[in-house]
Design a protein around this ligand. Structure first.
Ligand SMILES: Cc1ncc(COP(=O)(O)O)c(C=O)c1O
Length: 415
C-alpha cells in the first residue's frame, strides 16, 4: 500500500471534527462510573433507569404487531410533529390530570425520540453559542451536555431541599440576561427533590417580570409515592406562554421505545417544524402507533399504580437500609416523594468523588458522585454529595450494596 493510501486508510478526521464535538464534549463522569462498575463486576446504585421487570413486554409486543398491520406505517409520515392520535391521547391525559393550559391542544405537542430529544430541540431553538442557561443545583447531566453542545454557558442557581431558591433566582435574573431556566420540578434527577406549589408560583412570578423562558422537564411525573403529583409549571403559568413542557414514555412504558414529547407554545411551532425536518424528518411512526394502541387499551391508572407500588417498595427498602448502615456513620440522605433517586451528603470535608472510586474498586459497589451534576467550572460544588438509585436493584441487593458501602466508608475514613 502506498504511503498516501495508508494515510487515507487511517483517516483520523483531525481537520474535520467540529469545534462543538472537540471542545464541548468532556468525558462524562457518569460514563466513567458505569465503566468502573462493569470493569469491577460491581453492584450498582448508579443506574438511573427503570427496572426491566416493569416493562409491559407482552402488551407492547401485541400493540406493535397491530401497528405493523396498519398500511400507513411503511411510508413517510407527513406530519412532522408525529402521530395525531398519540398527541391527542397525551393532550387528553394532561388535561385530565390538570397539567395542560387552556391555550394548548394536540397541535402544540411534538413527539420526540425520548425526553432527551425534546431537550435537544428546545436547545437548538433557543440557544446561541455563549447564551446563558440557568439550571438547578445540582441538575441532570445529560441536559447539561445538550446545552453545552449548543454552546450554552450554564450557571446553577442555589437550591435547597425544595429546589431552586426564589431569592437566588431573582438575584441572577436581575443581573444577567438568560435564555431560559431549566427545571425538573418533580422527584428531580439527581436530588430526588420536588418543588412545592408555592415555590413554583414564586418562580413564575419572578420570571414574569423578565425575558427568561422556563423549560420544565417532567419524566418522573407519574412516579409519586406519597400522594398526587403537583400540577405543571405550564398549567400554573396560564396565559403567560413562556413555559415549554417536556416529558417521556421512558419511565411509564420503556426507555427502549425512545418516545417522549414536548408541549410548545404557538410561537415556536414553525421553528420546531423546521428543526425537525432538518434533523432527520420525523420519528418512527410504527413505534408511535404501537404506543398509541397500547395506551388505548391499557388501564392507565392501574399501570401507574403498579409502577408506584413497586418503586415505592424499593424506596422503602433503600431508606431502611440507609438508616441501618449509613446514618450511624454520619452520612445524611433525603427522602424523595417519588422518582428513582436519593441524594446523600458525606460528612464535612470528605470527597464523594474519591470515595465513589474507592468503593467501586475495593468493595464493588457503585454510586455517582455529585460532581457529575454541576455545570463545567462548578463541579467542586458537588464533591460533598452523591446520588443513589433504587429503581433497578432488587430488595436483596439493596441491603448487600448498603453493607458494602458502609464497609468501604469505614475503611476509607480510617486510611
Ligand atoms: C430529568 C430527565 N430528563 C430527561 C430524561 C430523558 O429520558 P428519555 O430520553 O429516555 O425520555 C431523563 C432520563 O433519565 C431524566 O432523568
Amino acid at each position: 500500500m502506498s504511503e498516501m493510501r495508508k494515510k487515507q486508510a487511517d483517516f483520523a478526521f483531525r481537520e474535520q471534527v467540529s469545534t462543538m464535538a472537540r471542545e464541548r464534549m468532556g468525558i462524562s463522569e457518569i460514563g466513567e462510573m458505569i465503566s468502573l462498575v462493569l470493569e469491577n463486576g460491581a453492584l450498582s446504585f448508579g443506574a438511573g433507569e427503570p427496572s426491566a421487570d416493569m416493562f409491559p413486554k407482552e402488551q407492547i409486543r401485541d400493540a406493535m404487531t397491530k401497528a405493523f398491520g396498519d398500511s400507513d406505517v411503511w411510508g413517510y409520515h407527513h406530519d412532522e410533529f408525529g402521530l395525531m392520535e398519540l398527541r391527542e391521547w397525551i393532550a387528553g391525559r394532561m388535561s385530565a390530570d390538570d397539567m395542560l393550559p387552556a391555550w394548548a391542544d394536540a397541535a402544540n405537542i411534538i413527539i420526540t425520540n425520548g425526553g432527551g430529544e425534546a431537550m435537544s430541540l428546545v436547545t437548538e431553538a433557543l440557544v446561541d453559542p455563549g447564551a446563558l442557561v440557568l439550571v438547578e443545583s445540582p441538575t441532570y447531566t445529560e441536559s447539561l451536555l445538550t446545552f453545552r453542545k449548543q454552546g450554552a454557558v450554564c450557571v446553577s442557581i442555589a437550591s435547597d431541599d425544595d429546589g431552586i431558591i426564589p431569592d437566588e433566582l431573582a438575584r441572577v435574573v436581575s443581573s444577567r440576561k438568560a435564555r431560559f431556566l431549566y427545571t425538573i420540578p418533580n422527584f428531580q434527577n439527581p436530588s430526588g427533590r420536588t418543588t412545592p406549589l408555592d415555590r413554583r408560583l414564586k418562580i413564575l412570578e419572578i420570571l414574569r417580570d423578565s425575558d427568561v423562558a422556563l423549560v420544565e422537564d417532567d419524566p418522573y411525573h407519574y412516579l409519586s409515592y406519597d400522594g398526587c403529583p403537583l400540577t405543571s409549571y405550564i398549567k400554573l403559568a396560564g396565559d403567560d406562554k413562556r413555559v415549554i413542557h417536556c416529558s417521556s414514555f421512558s419511565k411509564i412504558i420503556a426507555p427502549g421505545l425512545r418516545a417522549g414529547w414536548a408541549v410548545i407554545p404557538d410561537a415556536l411551532i414553525d421553528i420546531f417544524c423546521t428543526l425537525r425536518i432538518s434533523s432527520g424528518l420525523g420519528r418512527p411512526l410504527a413505534i408511535q402507533k404501537g404506543i398509541w394502541h397500547y395506551l388505548s387499551e391499557v388501564d392507565f391508572a392501574g399501570r401507574v399504580e403498579a409502577l408506584r407500588a413497586e418503586y415505592r417498595g424499593r424506596r422503602g427498602v433503600m431508606l431502611d437500609s440507609i438508616e441501618k448502615h449509613l446514618t450511624p456513620l454520619g452520612i445524611k440522605t433525603n427522602r424523595p416523594a417519588g422518582g428513582f433517586f436519593i441524594w446523600g451528603n458525606m460528612p464535612a470535608g470528605m470527597s464523594a468523588r474519591k470515595f465513589a472510586h474507592y468503593a467501586v474498586k475495593e468493595e464493588k459497589i457503585g454510586i455517582i458522585p455529585g460532581t457529575a451534576f454541576y455545570p463545567s467550572g462548578e463541579e467542586a460544588s458537588g464533591d460533598g454529595s452523591f446520588r443513589m438509585s433504587y429503581a433497578k436493584v432488587s430488595s436483596d441487593s439493596i441491603d448487600e450494596g448498603m453493607t458494602r458501602l458502609a464497609r468501604a466508608f469505614r475503611v476509607f475514613m480510617s486510611r
